[in-house]
Every structure is written in structure tokens, then in C-alpha cells.
Design a protein around this ligand. Sequence first.
Ligand SMILES: Cc1cc2nc3c(=O)[nH]c(=O)nc-3n(C[C@H](O)[C@H](O)[C@H](O)COP(=O)(O)OP(=O)(O)OC[C@H]3O[C@@H](n4cnc5c(N)ncnc54)[C@H](O)[C@@H]3O)c2cc1C
Length: 417
Amino acid sequence: MIVVGGGIGGLGAAFSLTRQGLAVRLLESAPAFGEVGAGIQLAPNCTRILDDYGLLDEARSLGVVPDAMVMRDAVDGDELTRIDLRDLEKRYGYPYLVIHRSDLHGLLLRACERAGVELVNDAQVTSYENTADGARVTLASGGTHEAGIVIAADGLHSVARRLFVDDRPVSSAYVAYRGTVPAEQPRVRSVDLSEVVVYVGPRCHFVHYGLRGGELLNQVAVFESPKALAGQEDWGTPDELDAAFAQTCDFVRDGLPYMWRDKWWRMFDRAPIMNWVHGRIALLGDAAHPPLQYIAQGAIMAIEDGWVLGEHVARNRTADGAVDWSAALAAYEAVRPEHCRRVLTTSRRWGELWHLDGLAREQRNALLRARDTYDYSFTDWLYGPTALTPDQEPEMFTPIPLSSVAIGEEVLTGDAA
Ligand SMILES: Cc1cc2nc3c(=O)[nH]c(=O)nc-3n(C[C@H](O)[C@H](O)[C@H](O)COP(=O)(O)OP(=O)(O)OC[C@H]3O[C@@H](n4cnc5c(N)ncnc54)[C@H](O)[C@@H]3O)c2cc1C
């Protein structure tokens, strides 16, 4: 079989399917395998799968298992709510881990190499088609590859997705700056590396956490670009970064000089689609469900997709050991699109909540301050075992409307919410 795309999603799927005894060829357009960017957060619904793959110990040794996740207001710096990540690990059975992207990518790449995945670079796929007994991809070079099944994990700008829907990436007008700071820098001394912290502010937010056992501080600064809103082509530039955070607290502003200023990531997603299988071609990862990153589940969903596919291959073998692909792909499509739809729509709403201003910001802050540290009603739908069938998909949480919060003396003094 063929997997197109050597990102975290494609590598995860290639490993999962090779583990089921299938011969996998992975086609990647870039001349070498790699990941750009800095840190990535892996919640228990991902570390559970890494454990099943036998890769969790290596991931732990490369990353950091923080003690707490803390949300603060970016304007005054006050703590709004926190999650005790050691208790969360007990609840879900697996840790919350933060890791450098290149370390996660490298870990999956090495696992694929060990498992015998055929890794092919300089292979840019330009088209996909079903054949009488499988599917065929054509490369920019003119060459073709054929297999019984093609999994398209070709990311946000997926070529394969065009078989399913005529859509385009949706700009959020938000842009992310990233940066890592070596531990010897004074900035790192002002930070508790055992915490994942997000400062939420009007039209902006700022995230930090430790990486590589505390050798690096990872920082992410995200803001709404006025130039994007004005329809200008050249948006998200460093001058906009400084202006966007002008109203935030000293700690956040002091972090900005440490961001990489020569590269930034404009934030796009796409509306959910519920059909991912076309004959013997299936979408996976960002190609199927690129999210906004606010609940940090994009790479996780991609890894879950590959695991679910592998599990359904195992459950759909015919007597002679062949895979009943119609059944396996149907089972995959029965469960993953609805889960990812929930993540995509919740990510958009979560971002809106982070970026509120004025009265709504105060209402949000009052709600968050009233939350019990050990209340898991907003994470149970996400961090439990990955569903293999629709009936295993947990109930969604019930959102609390902001309008239910009366901003008056009682709430502001913390007596009610
Ligand atoms: C700022 C930011 C923070 C994030 N934080 C988190 C987080 O904390 N946790 C989390 O889980 N997710 C996070 N995400 C999301 C996550 O990074 C992505 O969802 C994930 O990397 C998608 O992986 P993928 O393999 O599906 O796609 P990609 O990483 O885009 O990989 C696609 C691969 O396919 C290749 N390719 C593309 N087109 C072709 C072609 N035509 N032929 C052959 N190869 C092709 C590409 O070169 C690439 O290697 C974040 C995203 C951003 C932007």
C-alpha cells in the first residue's frame, strides 16, 4: 500500500499499517524528511497510542512531562484556572507530554525505518485515481505508483482532498510566531518549566513550556493581524507582532524579543467534511481535518487516524489473511470524521473564547476562576481512549454560555459565577 506525505500523520499511519504486516511505501515530496516549528503538546489520547506502539518511553525521554497546565489573563497576568497534569495522568492512565516537533517526527521516522517502511523522497504526487484493483498516484516527475490502497496524508493543501470537496483553506486572520530559548538565557530563569502556561488576551495569546528535559523554553505568540482583516497580502509581519501585544503584561511582552522573527505561521483551517474514503483512496491527518491549533489536537488526530485504521485492518482480515479493505475503510470512515468534526468546531470556539475583550473577557475570566481544578467535564470527551466505533465516542461537554455570568460585585470578588 501507499501512504502519501511524510509528516507526523503519514509516518504514524505507515508505522501502524506496517505493524499489521502490510508492505507500505511512503511518498514524500520534500527532498528530505523533517519538521519545522518548535514544541508540540501530546495529550493522553495520543500518549496512549504511543504506548501501544512501544514508543512512549522514548517520547518521554525526549520530551517533558509537565506538572500543571495554567491559564492566565494576558493583560493583568492573573491566574484564571489550572489543570494538575499529574492527577490528569491518573485519570486517563497516560501522561500529558510536550516534545520538540523534530523529536516526535524523528521518533516516528526511526520507528518506520525499523518496521521496514519503504521511504521515498522527491516524490510529489499531483493526482490520484482509482483503478480496477486499487489506486494509482502520478508524480510531478511523470512517474506513477500503484497499490491496493492509497492513504493521502498530504496536509493542509492536500491534492487528494479535491476528490472529495471543492474547498480552500479558511484564513482565521491569526498568525503564530514561535521560538525556543536555551536554558542559559535570563528569560528562562523567570519561567517555571514544569508548567504549560497560556496567557489569553484580547485578539492575542501567548504560550510557553519547557522542552528537551528543560534544555529549551518553547514560546508561541499568536495574534489577529489587522493587515489580514484589511485584505492586505503581506500580513502577520513582525511590526504587527509588537503592536498586537502592546496591552499585555510585562511577562508576556518581555518574551517577544525571543520569538523567531524571520518566519511566521498564518493560521488556517477548513470546514469539517464527513466523507474521507473514495474507492481505494482515503484521507488522513490535516488533509482530512486541518484544525486551528487552540486545543492542540491536530497532530494527535492524525496519529489517532493511523491507529484506528491499523486496528480496523486487524479486525477485518479474511480467512486467507487478506484485508477486507471495504470493511476496514468503512469502519474508519464511520468513526473518525465525527470525532474530528467535534475537534475542529470546538477549536474555533475555544479560540474565540481566548481572544475576547471587554465585558465578555470579564465573563470568561469569572467562569474560568470558578472552575474546580479537578473538574474533568471539559476533557473527558477528548482525552479518553480513542473510539474505534461510533458508540465508543464519548458525549460532548455541555458549554456554559457566557451570558449566564452576571458581572457585578459578587462575581468580581470571586463569590459567585
Ligand atoms: C502553531 C501551531 C501549533 C500546533 N500545536 C499543536 C499541538 O500542540 N498538538 C497537536 O497535536 N497539533 C498541533 N498543531 C497541529 C499539527 O502541527 C498538525 O495538525 C499536524 O502536524 C498535521 O500533520 P500531517 O502529517 O497531517 O500534515 P503535515 O505536517 O502538513 O504533513 C504533510 C506532509 O505531506 C507532504 N506533502 C504535501 N503535499 C504532498 C504531495 N503532493 N506529494 C507528496 N508529499 C506531499 C509534506 O511535505 C509533508 O511532509 C499545531 C499547528 C500549528 C500551526
